[in-house]
Ligand binder design. Structure first.
Ligand SMILES: [Zn+2]
Length: 510
């Protein structure tokens, strides 16, 4: 006797069908799992056996072989438990079902036969909705599966799945209502821009960063307000679109971080991992490759406070994802790619004591300590920030000024308008923001008149800028022009963009 049914597995975001075949032959009682399974899959033997017994069925004393096909594909994790159990019950004639082949089964079994949630249900459902499969999943994953588009039934216990398969017509599938993304509000943040007194230069730089998705480095003494400004940043980004939400939610599904009752991420992420975090947790990786903070920040903000304090390998590993908008995690058998189009907001003190250049306090750092501290940020990494900003503490006068500060919603409207211009500009090209323009796009969309070109040339020589810095200036100037609704980059746009590159010279090349 042989029973066959379908399950699926993920390698990064790519979904593959897995055929579960179970054969139960006469012979000495034994149980084998073949087909490139990892330890978690091999352990399912004991889980499935005990769950079957505790659900009131039996595992007859026969020679049972479970084959996971195709054999070349590595299978990881516990999500095949349910499919294996159902195949065993079928092959031993404890379950009778006509059309097992139309179902795709996912779920981990507890020893008592109850079903536990698994990761990656959303991307799997999205993939198989095109092919008319019906998904049978743990109840905790049912909303997620239904949003993916497959007809879905959710269950708490192995017994319920058996009852369903013997009598499916009396059940009705899970219904979900998709939220209306056109009415989605922007992110509620801890701080609104209107609550931050003064800081007009910093606010302006953050507006530019948000409008063109430019990475920003903020340098300032402790208490100058860098953290508060960063936390307010997501509030001036436009609300997520449905497409952005789906691509983000797939990543959260694989990470096992989707909320059960509302399995779509509705707001742009703001992630702020601690500086002691490992490279695997920030970039991604691990035995079963999981997305890192850079991917969990996709379409949102990754905030790295105390930037030089992160492990050197983490900082250097950030360079490739910052450049490519995706991250590749190497495994023994395959390369796995996760998207990571995030806005990097990093903040740091100007020196170890924190008060270099401070108007009110003396810096106590030795030149050597100063050098060591700044050398933690390599030139190529520093180059990847489009905007470098010196944040100065707010003055007493500013704190006590009565004029109201502009609120996040009003700044956001300008950001949305500037992003609309970019969307039209780059339509069909794969680029979304000015921050990600290719060399040929820079050439096409960032043309300067003669006066501006001369000005840039002078600045280039005076500040000793790199070629990379040169193209960053043009990208930022493009965004500044977009914010003011100007088709041509004007001299004042360019001059403002150059201002955001002067810290290089002031702090690193001094
Ligand atoms: Zn100092």
């Amino acid at each position: 006797m042989l029973a066959q049914l379908k399950s699926a597995t993920l390698l990064g975001l790519s979904v593959s069908m897995v055929d579960i075949e179970v054969d139960a032959a006469a012979g000495l009682p034994a149980w084998d799992i073949v087909g490139l399974a990892d330890t978690a899959v091999k352990e399912s033997k004991e889980r499935v056996r005990t769950a079957i017994k505790n659900a009131g069925f039996e595992v007859p004393p026969r020679r049972i072989v479970v084959n996971l096909a195709p054999a070349y594909l590595r299978k990881e994790g516990p999500s095949f438990d349910l499919a294996i159990a159902i195949a065993i019950l079928t092959v031993t004639e404890q379950l009778h079902c006509e059309n097992l082949n139309q179902y795709l089964l996912l779920g981990e079994l507890s020893l008592d036969g109850s079903l536990r949630p698994v990761r990656g249900v959303l991307p799997i459902s999205l993939e198989y909705s095109k092919r008319n499969y019906t998904m049978l999943v743990p109840a905790s994953n049912q909303e997620e599966s239904a949003i993916g588009g497959c007809t879905t039934y959710g269950f708490h216990h192995l017994k319920e799945v058996v009852a369903f398969l013997e009598n499916p017509e009396v059940y009705s599938p899970v219904q979900v209502n998709l939220p209306d993304f056109s009415k989605l509000a922007a992110m509620q943040t801890l701080h609104d821009f209107s609550q931050i007194k003064g800081q007009s230069e910093a606010k302006r730089a953050l507006e530019i960063a948000a409008a063109g998705n430019h990475n920003i480095l903020m340098v300032g003494s402790p208490g100058s307000g860098k953290t508060m400004l960063s936390q307010a940043l997501p509030g001036i980004l436009p609300p997520l679109t449905f497409e952005e939400s789906l691509s983000l939610s797939k990543i959260y599904s694989i990470a096992g971080l989707l909320p059960e009752k509302q399995p779509l991420i509705m707001q742009r992420p703001f992630r702020s991992p601690h500086h002691s975090a490992s490279s695997a947790s920030i970039i991604g990786g691990g035995r079963i490759p999981h997305p890192g903070e850079v991917s969990l920040s996709h379409h949102g903000v990754l905030f790295l406070d105390e930037f030089p304090e992160y492990h050197r390998e983490v900082l250097e590993a950030l360079r490739q994802p910052l450049e490519d908008g995706q991250v590749t995690v190497s495994r023994v058998q395959a390369q796995i790619t996760f998207p990571c189009r995030f806005l990097l907001a990093a903040s740091m003190n100007p020196c170890p004591c924190g008060y270099y250049n401070d108007p009110h306090r003396e810096c106590t750092c030795s030149p050597a300590a100063l050098q060591r501290y700044r050398n933690k940020i390599s030139g190529p990494l520093l180059d990847r920030f489009d905007l470098q900003l010196e944040v100065v503490p707010v003055t007493f006068q500013e704190l006590h000024r009565d004029t109201p500060e502009e609120c996040s919603a009003s700044i956001r409207n300008r950001v949305i308008a500037a992003r609309q211009i970019q969307q039209n500009r780059f339509a069909g090209s794969g680029t979304i923001h000015n921050g990600a323009m290719t060399a040929s796009q820079i050439q096409k969309f960032c043309q300067l008149d003669e006066k501006s070109r001369n000005f840039l040339e002078q600045a280039f020589q005076k500040l000793g800028l790199s070629a990379r810095a040169h193209s960053r200036i043009l990208k930022v100037a493009r965004t500044i022009a977009d914010l003011s609704g100007s088709e041509q980059i004007q001299l004042n746009h360019l001059a403002e963009a150059i201002q955001y590159r002067t810290l290089d010279k002031k702090l690193w090349k001094a």
